[in-house]
Design a binder for this molecule. Structure first.
Ligand SMILES: Nc1ncnc2c1ncn2[C@@H]1O[C@H](COP(=O)(O)OP(=O)(O)OP(=O)(O)O)[C@@H](O)[C@H]1O
Length: 520
């Protein structure tokens, strides 16, 4: 008896290598299984060399036996059972592992439960354009999947529509075997190249430490002009709602500029008092004010030859606005208490979630500083206006979280993505990241992240536990800890070991807190 695991399926086999077997196909993600009878033709034990696979009628999965190497998985969708069988056999003989589906729903359920390299679908199932629905659905689930549409109708939908839903190629019925195999291998080859490009790109991104998701989609408007912006040395003003990624865009500009390799220093202008911010930015000389017992270099000097990112620029005081204007005009700073200025070569990227033009009209922000800063304006759109980025951002945050936590990356279902895609995201990408991290924490070591596991903030349309923004009364940290521990214990059915794992504290700590809360 042995176990073979792959793609979330486990196959229990009995018998000797090479001999016909009893097998139990068990889908770990969904927690169901089906017995496959003894002596099923072609079904051999996994330790035998070579690939043997078989579609299992009536079961959302299939046995796949192999020893080493990668099998190419194809999902075949057609409502004509006879044709489905013939095509499946043809592809299996050519060495592909095939799973079959007879409807849009079954196809999407299969694609949600398992990853495929390619889907081949008939265009007309129940409705004329069902094939396009399959194409669109599987692409949403598995962005790298190849899509081939087979159709008996001359009325192929327009190429534009097909491109939109991500179809790679068309084939007219009757299907000719050689032609079919040729198209499949050319699609797979193209997909493989795309994957390699993506891998190289993400490696490059990782090297630069600035992964910006949506460069080619939701943020393409910004990124189209980013290289030009990066190569000039003029100030940049990045506007956009909180959490949209303004700092990330600023870093991307720095990374693409000639200053790359020099310091990128970010300062949140709203987080400090006027006096502190002034001394942080410009530095001070010894004795400049009470407590200044030593001279200190400011961030402008620290960022010499590099980039200074001034976040929340709309919040700086009128006095600091004047000083900043002078730096922009003269490229010179004067530390607090100093008599002479010092030359600095710093590129300024400023950002704000407020509408600076309105602040200028209201007389809160100096117009001369506004015009100096607003030479190269960029606006980062809110997440709700670029929902197409949500699946990729989700995958990125899931992978990042799991890599950090040393956990396997779960499969994200179409329903989960749909739920995320429907949120309003007032906190933008930061809120999405928090939701993903919270959902993964609460879901534990799961192989599948489904819609029920997605814990949206209440503002984003969920009925989950009240979060900070919904709290009527603010409570102490101790009280918050107590409530959260109680909530985690409730979710883990009182399992203290599991709760400790989620909270990343020792089991004794959980035990002690539970004991203390009972006695207090
Ligand atoms: N396009 C993106 N790709 C990957 N991560 C992103 C993207 N946009 C934002 N993030 C992540 O979301 C979080 C918030 O982004 P960031 O701090 O850049 O937003 P911001 O607009 O500067 O926010 P604030 O106005 O509150 O300062 C960060 O963790 C950032 O890495």
């Amino acid at each position: 008896m042995g176990v073979y695991q792959g793609d979330g399926y486990g196959v229990w086999c009995s018998g000797q290598p090479g001999a016909p077997v009893h097998a139990l196909l068990y889908d770990q993600g969904r927690g169901y299984g089906a017995w496959i009878g003894a002596g099923t033709p072609h079904c051999q034990c996994p330790w035998r060399l070579g690939y043997h696979h078989q579609s299992v009628p009536g079961c959302h999965g299939r046995i796949r036996h192999h020893a080493g190497g990668a099998v190419t998985d194809i999902l075949l969708v057609d409502d004509e059972q006879a044709l489905l069988k013939i095509l499946a056999r043809t592809l299996e003989r050519a060495g592909y592992a095939v799973a079959c589906a007879g409807s849009v729903e079954t196809a999407l359920a299969q694609a949600a439960a398992q990853s495929f390299d390619m889907v081949i679908t008939d265009l007309k199932l129940v409705h004329d354009d069902d094939g396009l629905k399959v194409a669109q659905g599987v692409r949403a689930l598995q962005s790298n999947i190849g899509v081939l549409i087979v159709t008996a109708y001359a009325s192929v939908p327009s190429a534009v529509e097909a491109m939109r839903v991500g179809v790679d190629d068309y084939l007219m019925k009757p299907v000719e075997t050689q032609e079919l195999l040729l198209r499949i291998s050319s699609i797979l080859e193209r997909r493989q190249l795309k994957r390699e490009v993506q891998t190289l790109r993400s490696r490059l991104r990782a090297d630069k430490k600035t992964a910006v998701i949506g460069e080619e989609t939701g943020l393409s408007g910004i990124f189209a002009s980013l290289d030009r912006v990066a190569l000039s040395d003029l100030p940049v003003l990045v506007q956009g709602e909180s959490g949209t990624g303004k700092e990330l865009v600023a870093r991307a500009i720095h990374d693409r500029s000639n200053r790359q390799g020099r310091s990128f220093i970010a300062v949140n202008c709203a987080a400090m008092s006027e006096q502190l911010l002034e001394s942080e930015l410009f530095g001070h000389v010894q004795g400049a004010f009470t407590g200044a017992d030593r001279s200190r270099r400011g961030l402008f000097e620290e960022a010499h030859k590099g980039t200074l990112f001034l976040d929340e620029i709309g919040d700086i005081s009128p006095g600091l606005q004047v000083r900043l204007l002078r730096v922009l005009q003269e490229q010179e700073i004067r530390p607090v208490g100093a008599n002479v200025g010092r030359k600095v070569d710093v590129r300024i990227i400023a950002a704000t979630h407020r509408d600076l033009a309105t602040l200028v009209r209201e007389g809160v922000f100096r117009d001369d500083l506004y015009f100096r800063l607003n030479v190269l304006p960029l606006t980062v759109p809110p997440l709700r206006n670029r929902r197409d980025d949500i699946p990729e951002l989700t995958a990125y945050f899931v992978e990042r979280y799991c890599a950090k936590a040393g956990r396997p990356v779960p499969h994200i279902t179409l329903d989960a993505l749909r739920k995320l895609g429907q949120g309003q995201w007032p906190g933008n990408v930061r809120e999405l990241r928090n939701v993903i991290e919270r959902s993964l924490t609460l879901a534990g070591n799961t192989e599948v992240l489904d819609a029920d596991d997605i814990r949206l903030d209440q503002g984003a349309g969920d009925s989950g536990p009240p979060l900070f923004s919904q709290m009527k009364d603010l409570v102490s940290l101790e009280e918050l800890e107590r409530q959260y521990l109680a909530y985690v214990l409730e979710r883990t059915q009182g399992n203290q070991a599991k709760a400790a794992e989620i909270l990343q504290v020792g089991k004794n700590t959980v035990w002690r807190r539970v004991r203390d809360s009972k006695t207090s």
